[in-house]
Design a binder for this molecule. Structure first.
Ligand code: PSU
Ligand code: MN
Length: 306
């Protein structure tokens, strides 16, 4: 498969330096302008500050691309004819030479193409509430793609207990970063207990290498709560989510359009507070992913035969 990388990312690949993949669907479908530009800038800067190289993944006019050139980034931020690309959509988007913004599932496929092992996002997709068979392809992609995925849990719009059960079935470890419960994406707590909690990027790198050494082929989800200063009360999020779900069902929204619709509706219902939390958690997830990528590169050097 022909792929394209920016000069900086190509150089990072060539020297085997730490690289963090960033998804583009959150920019082209998840967040509205001007917030999507803030999100891109803050995530890129956070990965760099941690000493790693950020790579926004996208299909640019049919070419799987790592990093966006300025003109391409502008087109994606303007959400100008950019498709939402999950697992099923990748090949068709390439064949039709279209622009596509990759979801978690789409980005995991891109990580496989380039050998990237660390990826930061906001929240993964999962099992939808009261919608039999609406289950994000993110879950299946996580089950068979060996990448560390740093996130703030699954989106609050989902059935979180069911999503956690499916992750268990699919063999995807969920590790709390300095927390023992699943974060609620916009809010810090869900009351759902996790079976593993680690406190440092070095510990996460070691757990990852062990996961791989025992034959683990799935992703490892690393979840951390949104920064406390911008986190929303769980009750506010639940009320806004219930109202958004009712609006989606009344409007007959279906399929891939459900997630973007709900996120935009919640943004309106929380008077923009959800956006503040969303941007803050994207930035802190990118920062943690950068530190994990650096720790992983160091752990590999230490364990390499001399
Ligand atoms: N979380 C967000 N914003 C988003 C998404 C998640 O805060 O835009 C996107 C991610 O790209 C995720 C996708 O992979 O939604 C899941 O969509 P679906 O449920 O249609 O698989
Ligand atoms: Mn769906």
């Amino acid at each position: 498969m022909r792929t394209r990388s920016t000069v900086v990312i190509e150089a990072a690949f060539a020297r085997g330096g730490p690289v963090v993949a960033l998804e583009s669907s959150v920019l082209a479908q998840g967040l509205l302008p001007p917030h999507n530009r803030d999100a891109a800038e803050r995530m890129l800067a956070a990965v760099e500050a941690a000493g790693a190289t950020p790579a926004i993944t996208a299909i640019v006019k049919g070419v799987p691309s790592f990093g966006l050139e300025p003109a391409d980034l502008e087109r994606f931020l303007a959400r100008d004819g950019v498709r939402k690309v999950s697992s099923r959509d990748l090949g068709i988007t390439v064949a039709q030479q279209a622009d596509g913004a990759t979801t978690v599932a789409g980005t995991l496929a891109m990580c496989t193409l380039a050998g990237i092992e660390v990826f930061a996002t906001g929240g993964i997709g999962g099992v939808h509430r009261n919608a039999p068979y609406d289950e994000s392809a993110d879950l299946v992609a996580l089950s068979h793609t060996p990448v560390i995925v740093v996130c703030a849990g699954a989106k609050s719009i989902l059935d979180l207990p069911a999503t956690l059960e499916r992750l268990e079935t699919l063999g995807v470890p969920v590790v709390g970063y300095r927390t023992r419960e699943l974060p609620g994406f916009f809010s810090m707590n869900t009351g759902l207990a996790l079976t593993a909690s680690l406190d440092t990027p070095d510990q996460i790198a070691a757990a990852w290498l062990a996961h791989r050494a025992v034959g683990g082929r799935s992703a490892m989800l690393v979840v951390q709560p949104p920064p406390a200063a911008s986190a929303l009360p769980a009750e506010l999020v639940n009320d806004a989510t219930d109202a958004a779900l009712a609006a989606a069902s009344a409007a007959g929204v279906r399929g891939a359009a459900v997630t973007p619709f709900l996120l935009a509706d919640i943004q309106r219902r929380t008077a923009g507070q959800s956006v503040v939390a969303n941007l803050a958690l994207l930035e802190s997830n990118a920062a943690l992913a950068g530190r994990i990528a650096v720790a992983l590169a160091a752990a590999r050097v230490e364990s390499a035969p001399i």
